[in-house]
Write a protein that binds this ligand. Structure first.
Ligand SMILES: *Cc1c(COP(=O)(O)O)cnc(C)c1O
Length: 392
C-alpha cells in the first residue's frame, strides 16, 4: 500500500542531505570531542561548525547555542534553569494554557518548589490574551514562557509584541519555537528573545537532539553536572552525529523558508477549501491566517476523531488526534479546551500536518477517503443514536 504521511508535527523524515552530513561522524570520524588527539579535534570541529549553523539560523552568537537531547530537555532546562538563577529577583513565572507538556509539567514542578505560576488564557483562535499578560506581569515576575506556534492547532503568536512587553518590564522571555523554526522568520537578537527551544526531528533532522539558545545577557543554572561540555552547563559526551544533523537541518530549514512556506501554505489552503466544500459540518480549529503553513486541524460534527484517525490509517493515511504526546490517553486536548471549543468538537478534532514533500495528488486522495470515512462514521453514529432511542 502506498502510504501517505500527514503527521509532520509529530515527527519528520530525516533529509538525505542531513544524513549525508552525519555519515562520516557515524563511521570514520567517531572521536570524542573532549579528547586532545586528532580524532578528538576533528569531532570538536564538527560541533563548532554545527553550532555556527544553528547560531546563523536563529540569529544569535555561537556561544549562545547549547545542544540538548531535544526540545523537551530545552524547555525543562530553560524554565527551571532561569527561574532558579533569578530566584533572588522574584518567584513569579507566566506561561499559557496551551503550551507543550514539557513546559506545563515543568511549571507545575516549579509551583511545588515554591514558585508562583500564571497560566494565561487564549482566545477561540488560540492567540494568547495580551491584555492578561499586561495585567499579570509584575515586579516579582522573572520569566515569561510562551510558545511561538502551537503544535496542535498551528496558531502563531504575536511573538514580537510579547517580546516587547517582556523587555519593557525587564522580564526574561523564553519561547518554545519547536514548530516555528523553518516555518516563520525568527531572529532572536532582532526580536529581543532571551531563550528559545528547538528540536532536530521536527525539522527533517535526527531524533534525540535539540538546542537551547540562551542570550549572553542572562544567566541560567546548569542542567547536567559532571563535565565541561556545552560551556560547563550541560555535561555529558556530546551526541556528535545528532548535533551535526541538527546543524545541517537548521541551515536548510532557515535557508529555504520562503519558498517552502509559500508552497506548503498553498497546499494547506487547497486542502482546507476542498474539505469545507465536500464535507458538511467541518470546522477549522485555530487561527485562519496566523497559522503554521503546514497545519490543518479540523473537527467534523458527529464524528469521533480517534475513530476517523483509525479509519484513515486503514488506507495508509497517517494523521493525528490532538497531539502525539497525549495519544494513548483519552484525555481531551488541553489546547482545544483552552480555546473554548465545544466538547463534542474537541472529540472530533483531527490534525493533518503536511510538508514540502506533500503533493496535490496525495491531498486529493486524502480528501476522497476523508469524505467516505466521515460519511461512514456519521451513519454509524446516527444508527447508535436511534438504537439508544429505541431502548428507552
Ligand atoms: C515536539 C515538540 C516538543 C518536544 O520536542 P522533542 O524534541 O520531541 O522533545 C516540544 N514543544 C513542541 C511545540 C513540540 O512540537
Amino acid at each position: 500500500m502506498n502510504r501517505i504521511y500527514m503527521d509532520n508535527a509529530a515527527t519528520t523524515p530525516l533529509s538525505s542531505e542531513v544524513l549525508a552530513e552525519m555519515m562520516p561522524v557515524l563511521t570514520t570520524d567517531f572521536g570524542n570531542p573532549n579528547s586532545l588527539h586528532s580524532f578528538g579535534r576533528d569531532a570538536k570541529q564538527y560541533i563548532d561548525i554545527a553550532r555556527s549553523r544553528v547560531a546563523r539560523g536563529l540569529g544569535c552568537d555561537d556561544e549562545e547555542v547549547y545542544f540538548t537531547s531535544g526540545a523537551t530537555e530545552s524547555n525543562n532546562w530553560a524554565i527551571s534553569g532561569i527561574a532558579r538563577a533569578y530566584r533572588h529577583k522574584g518567584n513569579h513565572i507566566i506561561t499559557t494554557k496551551i503550551e507543550h507538556p514539557s513546559v506545563l509539567e515543568t511549571c507545575r514542578k516549579m509551583e511545588r518548589d515554591g514558585y508562583r505560576v500564571t497560566y494565561l488564557d487564549v482566545d477561540e483562535t488560540g492567540l494568547v490574551r495580551i491584555d492578561q499578560l499586561l495585567h499579570y506581569i509584575g515586579a516579582d515576575t522573572i520569566l515569561v514562557s510562551i510558545m511561538a506556534a502551537n503544535n496542535e492547532v498551528g496558531t502563531i503568536q504575536n511573538l514580537q509584541a510579547i517580546a516587547n512587553i517582556a523587555k519593557e518590564k525587564g522580564v526574561i522571555f523564553h519561547t518554545d519555537a519547536t514548530q516555528a523554526v523553518g516555518a516563520i522568520n525568527l531572529n532572536v537578537h532582532e526580536m529581543g528573545i532571551d531563550a528559545m527551544s528547538i528540536s532536530g526531528h521536527k525539522l527533517n533532522g535526527p531524533k534525540g537532539v535539540g538546542a537551547l539558545y540562551v542570550s549572553n545577557r542572562i544567566i541560567i543554572t546548569p542542567f547536567m553536572n559532571g563535565g565541561e561540555q556545552e560551556y560547563g552547563l550541560r555535561a555529558g559526551t556530546s551526541n556528535v552525529a545528532g548535533i551535526v544533523g541538527l546543524g545541517k537541518a537548521v541551515e536548510i530549514a532557515t535557508r529555504d523558508i520562503l519558498a517552502n512556506s509559500k508552497k506548503v501554505r498553498s497546499l494547506r489552503d487547497y486542502f482546507i477549501a476542498e474539505v469545507e466544500k465536500k464535507i458538511e459540518m467541518t470546522y477549522l480549529n485555530g487561527h485562519s491566517i496566523q497559522r503554521l503553513p503546514n497545519n490543518i486541524n479540523l473537527s467534523f460534527g458527529m464524528v469521533d476523531g480517534e475513530s476517523l484517525m483509525c479509519m484513515l490509517d486503514t488506507y495508509g493515511i497517517a494523521v493525528s488526534t490532538g497531539s502525539a504526546c497525549s495519544s494513548g490517553s483519552t484525555e481531551a486536548s488541553h489546547v482545544l479546551v483552552a480555546m473554548g471549543i465545544p466538547a463534542d468538537l474537541v472529540q472530533g478534532a483531527v490534525r493533518f500536518s503536511i510538508s514540502k514533500s506533500t503533493t496535490k495528488e496525495e491531498i486529493d486522495f486524502v480528501v476522497e477517503k476523508l469524505v467516505e470515512s466521515v460519511a461512514k462514521l456519521r451513519k454509524i453514529s446516527a444508527m447508535q443514536k436511534s438504537q439508544v432511542g429505541k431502548g428507552e
